[in-house]
Design a protein around this ligand. Structure first.
Ligand SMILES: *[C@@H]1O[C@H](CO)[C@@H](O)[C@H](O)[C@H]1NC(C)=O
Ligand SMILES: *[C@@H]1O[C@H](CO)[C@@H](O)[C@H](O)[C@H]1NC(C)=O
Ligand SMILES: *[C@@H]1O[C@H](CO)[C@@H](O)[C@H](O)[C@H]1NC(C)=O
Ligand SMILES: *[C@@H]1O[C@H](CO)[C@@H](O)[C@H](O)[C@H]1NC(C)=O
Ligand SMILES: *[C@@H]1O[C@H](CO)[C@@H](O)[C@H](O)[C@H]1NC(C)=O
Length: 305
């Protein structure tokens, strides 16, 4: 079992680096550009179901924000750019470089655990058994814990993680976990919809789906999906040590629009009906905020706006 660290947690050294060299789409960081390399291992490919295990107390409206995001990844019906689907295709190059075909992510099963089967205070080691209730093959099982569920280490070192179950190569399932950050550690895990703990104090952005906690979860889900597909078993695309890798989204922390720097998410689109910030259109007329991804063809962090 392997874990990869949170998408949103910005190590202090990176903050220093970004202060001296902010960058966005196609820009370069002179000091130390992200340099993701392929380690010759497996990438997720084929048709992959994204299954949700709702651990705790969720409303249908909360669930539909996250499930609509998954449908938006591969739905060609959204014609308004920038779209979630075109954001996701930033990862095309990771596949074309290796000859592995780009995966199709579809919304799979939804499993509800509203009886808190492992209690309301979880250890990280509880996550894989909960995730294993989803399909065992060609699957990303997403464990979402509600705001009232404590998870050891949440905030301290991570806002979420991804890993894989037992077995060999493509025969093992992958999983993602993240919690509801709005009550537990909004400054780290729900930024930029919440005041940051680390950077200069700036006004939080208004979330496109009206809930800082849930829109923060979309950012976590988006980042972890990119890492799961391109580095599912620890030998795909990453930079740095395999135990603490920078992956497709984590190589670009805190960047959502052009000219981002710590404490500033970058230039975003504004929804005139409520002044919420977003950078991607999805299905059902939804608006989302998605993180920058490292673009292998641009050698920089690509944002949709
Ligand atoms: C990126 O990393 C690879 C492998 O570690 C290395 O060969 C290459 O020179 C690096 N490129 C840059 C621009 O640092
Ligand atoms: C679930 O959440 C709703 C509001 O979000 C609350 O009214 C209800 O009491 C909660 N149920 C449990 C079992 O915590
Ligand atoms: C996250 O928690 C906040 C505060 O309790 C709540 O308003 C929001 O609806 C929750 N979102 C999800 C997806 O549970
Ligand atoms: C969490 O699990 C690890 C290893 O399984 C164990 O060492 C640690 O004590 C556990 N923490 C708590 C709070 O149960
Ligand atoms: C959006 O923000 C502008 C400038 O602060 C303000 O004038 C306008 O009333 C706001 N619109 C809504 C719908 O809140």
């Amino acid at each position: 079992m392997t874990y990869f660290r949170s998408p949103l947690f910005v190590p202090f050294c990176l903050i220093i680096l970004f202060l001296s060299a902010p960058y966005s789409y196609g820009d370069f960081v002179e000091d130390s550009p992200p340099n993701l390399t392929y380690h010759d291992g497996a990438l997720l490919t084929g048709t992959i179901t994204v299954n949700f295990i709702w651990y705790g107390n969720f409303t249908e409206s909360q669930k539909s924000i996250l499930t609509d995001f998954i449908v938006s990844l591969s739905d060609g019906s959204v014609k308004t750019e920038p779209s979630v689907a075109s954001w996701w295709k930033t990862l095309n190059k990771y596949y074309s470089n290796t000859g592995i075909s780009f995966p199709t992510l579809t919304l799979g099963k939804q499993i509800t655990d509203s009886s808190y089967s492992h209690g309301d205070s979880l250890n990280i080691s509880d996550i894989p058994p909960i995730a294993s209730r989803g399909p065992q093959k060609n699957a990303i099982n997403v464990v979402v814990t509600s705001a009232d569920v404590g998870v050891e280490g949440f905030c301290i070192s991570r806002c979420g993680l991804h890993g894989s179950g037992p077995g060999s190569s493509m025969n093992r399932f992958t999983y993602i976990w993240f919690g509801n950050s709005s009550t537990q550690c909004p400054g780290q895990c729900a930024w930029p919809f919440s005041q940051t703990d680390d950077g200069p104090p700036t006004a939080p952005l208004l979330p496109p789906n009206g809930q800082a906690g849930t829109d923060g979860m979309v950012v976590n889900l988006a980042s972890l999906l990119a890492g799961t597909c391109t580095n599912p078993f620890g030998d795909g695309y990453f930079q740095g040590e395999p135990e603490t890798p920078l992956e497709a989204a984590t190589a670009c922390p805190g960047i959502y629009g052009k000219k981002a720097f710590p404490g500033y998410a970058g230039g975003l689109l504004l929804d005139p009906t409520n002044n919420a910030s977003y950078n991607a259109h999805g299905v059902n007329g939804r608006l989302f905020l998605v993180p920058a991804l490292y673009d292998l063809s641009m050698f920089g962090c690509a944002t949709t706006v």
